[in-house]
Design a binder for this molecule. Structure first.
Ligand code: T3D
Length: 262
């Protein structure tokens, strides 16, 4: 993919880390059909780049993302289901099932589908002053882009209902305290903390990260007995990897492990 073709996102990579920056700061990075198309292209690039272990998603300018661009001429107001089927549902499914670990780094506003895009990440981190808003009800809609799935699972039915029914804004710090996100930080250190988390995960054994993601993300559909069987199969696979043997050797030799994802 040629970066010059991209006008609504920025796609960058360094070593094992890819970064997608939603880049329509004048419109609070609200999502257009074109932005979705560019997002898909970037995810295709990640699929084809075996080095990439971590994906960071962030917003340019003063916020993360204000959800669907309500003025996008490509948005068919009488056929919202179509927009979800073509753009949002595949995006959310792809982020939660791709082998890379996805980090959403939220500053400023994450509203509507922008909020749920942030929640679709494996780890959502935010500035304490960020705003998470299930804005849908204010325009006569219900949470989509996975909101009705992520919210009750993370924070319980009562808090999920409260956020969805009222559209009340919560801060990054409140989202952290409620267990909606992984951690919140002072705004000044969010960028450095994001990089630190990405680099920390990038040094970890990638096959194990992927197995953890697969097992956790799919666990809600299973009974305990079924999940124990999933752990058994996955652990058996991991036990045969070079990374496991390197991890054990490094522990016994009291040295840092050097994982190579094999
Ligand atoms: O098929 C489907 O189902 C479609 C999918 C729908 C999923 C959804 O996401 S529905 C929910 C869509 N989002 C919203 O309803 C949020 C709308 N935005 C807001 O309520 C406010 O902008 C915020 C509370 C998020 C932030 O407020 P504030 O005061 O910090 O910023 P602002 O001044 O309102 O926004 C800055 C600019 O961004 C402004 O443009 P302007 O006037 O300076 O030219 C504003 O119009 C624009 N903007 C913000 N959000 C959107 C938007 N433009 C288009 N669509 C937006 N969603």
């Amino acid at each position: 993919m040629n970066q010059a073709e991209l006008t609504e996102i920025i796609y960058e990579t360094t070593d094992r880390v890819a970064q997608i920056t939603l880049n329509r700061p004048d419109k609070l990075n609200s999502l257009t059909a074109k932005m979705h198309e560019e997002f898909r292209l970037a995810l295709d690039c990640i699929d084809q780049d075996p080095r990439i272990q971590i994906l960071i998603i962030k917003g340019a300018g003063k916020g993360f993302c204000a959800g669907q661009d309500l003025s996008d001429p490509d948005l068919k107001l009488n056929h919202l289901g179509e927009t979800l089927e073509i753009n949002y549902n595949p995006l959310i499914y792809r982020l939660t099932t791709m082998k890379q670990i996805v980090i959403a780094s939220v500053h400023g506003v994450a509203a509507g589908a922008g909020c749920n895009l942030a929640l679709a990440a494996d780890l959502t981190i935010a500035s304490k002053s960020a705003s998470f808003i299930q804005a849908f009800i204010k325009i006569g809609l219900m949470p989509d882009a996975g909101g009705t799935w992520f919210l009750p699972k993370r924070i319980g039915l009562q808090k999920a209902m409260g956020l969805a029914l009222t559209g009340e804004k919560i801060t990054g710090e409140q989202a952290d305290q409620m267990g909606l996100i992984w951690k919140s930080f002072d705004e000044e250190i969010l960028i450095s903390e994001t990089a630190q988390l990405a680099n920390q995960l990038a040094k970890m054994p990638g096959l194990a990260l992927t197995e953890i993601k697969k097992a956790m993300q799919s666990s809600f559909n299973r009974t305990l007995v079924e999940q124990l069987a999933v752990e058994c199969e996955a652990q058996d696979r991991l036990g045969k990897t070079n990374d496991f043997h390197e991890g054990v050797s490094a522990f016994l030799e009291k040295r840092p492990a050097r994982f190579n994802n094999s």
